[in-house]
Design a protein around this ligand. Structure first.
Ligand code: ZN
Length: 419
């Protein structure tokens, strides 16, 4: 990989000094669930290589799968997760109050999904605009929730068009989308264009520090092009006349950061006060060495150790005659199972709450996807929790299975069985 690396520009700063961190080989697309008919056909695979930019500190993958290929059949509906909904409602309540939002405001969400977040503004009579490229999902937002939704990818061009039509936002949300964007600079420039002069952008993305420290390598898949640190986002924002005014650590998705930024001019004129949290976390990252390649160098060895430990645990259970299923036909699960080589010889099926996923098969490993009620009727001895980021919620939902003797296996950072 390293021989070709010197020709690949960084997704943020454009420098060509990218350094290898971890190679996951060639894998199928993590969300490309298969129908029964597709089981007879070969699956497309793409290289998955994680690298670090020493110039702007951005961790990223080198391959860009075209979004038309990635998102054509997108199965993830945010509203299926109670944790996500609660998280969104809390954030909206806080912003409505602190930003004094009302009927003259406009709140935009980029990648608005089924309107899971904007619904809370809409219910309070605050005008909203959702931007969501997946047709089937945009339709749900529009028709079932009455959320004004543009079915498009958010780009700098789209932002310029909206601005020309007089659409300017008081608040722009972008949750778990910045990592998916190939034109990262266009995306941030677009936010700058669409934002009112005194507006705020609130962007959430998984935090690379949590990924590295907790060996969450399964958050690496082709949809996630970038793995952000505060330092990397700081470089990115400044390049586009924007400035971080606050940052918050969130437990969601295995550890995320919520970046709040506005225009540099609005910081200069005193509209936005810059929280001490920004400088504090930048210093903390620097102390850890997150701006240096050395910090990322041990990651591959730790992932390899995790593979050895998890495969040994599963093998041991199988040797005892235990039957094992998995929970969560997620992209994370796809990376973990494919890279660790865990398939039908170990797992019987995957259960998932999403009715649109049921009846399909997991990419690469081709495990059948069934409803979670199967855990109770079929009673596998153990269930590997692939969506460990929703562990608390899922363990609570599965009380009956657990009381009947079912055990969950937590895959990382240290694989273990929980009652
Ligand atoms: Zn860079």
């Amino acid at each position: 990989m390293s021989t070709e690396l010197n020709s690949i520009p960084c997704r943020s700063c454009g420098q060509t000094n990218l350094a290898p961190v971890l190679s996951l080989g060639h894998t199928p697309l993590a969300n490309a669930l298969l129908t029964e008919a597709q089981l007879a056909e070969p699956e497309a695979t793409f290289p998955l290589d994680l690298v670090f930019c020493p110039d702007c500190h951005l961790v990223q993958i080198t391959e860009t799968v075209p979004p038309e290929t990635l998102f054509r059949n997108y199965f993830y509906f945010s509203s299926f997760s109670d944790t996500m909904l609660k998280h969104a409602e809390t954030l909206v309540s806080r912003l409505v109050e602190t930003r004094r939002l009302g009927p003259d405001s406009l709140c935009v969400e980029i990648a608005s999904n089924d309107g899971y977040l904007l619904q809370y503004y809409h219910q309070r009579g605050i005008p909203v605009l959702g931007i969501e490229p997946a047709e089937n999902i945009a339709k749900v937002a529009q028709e079932q929730r009455g959320i004004r939704t543009l079915c498009e990818f958010f780009t700098q061009d789209l932002a310029a068009q909206l601005r020309a039509r007089g659409e300017r936002a008081d608040v722009i949300h972008a949750n778990n989308v910045m990592a998916h964007v190939a034109d990262l600079n266009g995306f941030i420039a677009g936010i700058g264009l669409l934002l009112k002069d005194h507006g705020l952008a609130i962007v959430e993305a998984p935090y690379v520090q949590d990924m590295i420290e907790h060996v969450e390598f399964d958050t690496i898949y082709h949809e996630h092009l970038c793995y952000f640190s505060l330092s990397a986002v700081d470089h990115l924002c400044r390049r586009h006349g924007l400035q971080l005014v606050d940052v918050e650590r969130l437990a969601i998705h295995g550890g995320s950061l919520r970046y709040v930024f506005g225009k540099q001019t609005a910081v200069a004129d005193g509209t936005h006060r810059v929280s001490a949290a920004v400088a504090d976390l930048l210093q903390a990252e620097s102390r850890l060495g997150m701006d240096q390649l050395a910090y990322y160098r041990t990651f591959a060895a730790r992932v390899e150790q995790l593979r050895i430990d998890l495969v040994a645990l599963l093998k041991d259970l199988k040797a005892q005659g235990k039957r094992i299923a998995a929970y969560g036909a997620s992209a994370k699960g796809s990376t973990l199972l494919n890279y660790f080589g865990i398939g039908r010889e170990t797992l019987e099926y995957v259960v998932d709450r999403s009715t649109v996923k049921q009846g399909h098969f997991t990419p690469g490993t081709r495990l059948p996807i069934v409803g979670p009620e199967v855990l109770l009727t079929d009673r596998p001895d153990h269930t590997l929790l692939l969506t460990w980021n929703f562990a608390e919620e899922i363990l609570a939902q599965q009380t009956a299975y657990r009381q009947a003797g079912g055990r969950f296996i937590m895959p990382l950072p240290d694989p273990h069985v929980v009652a």
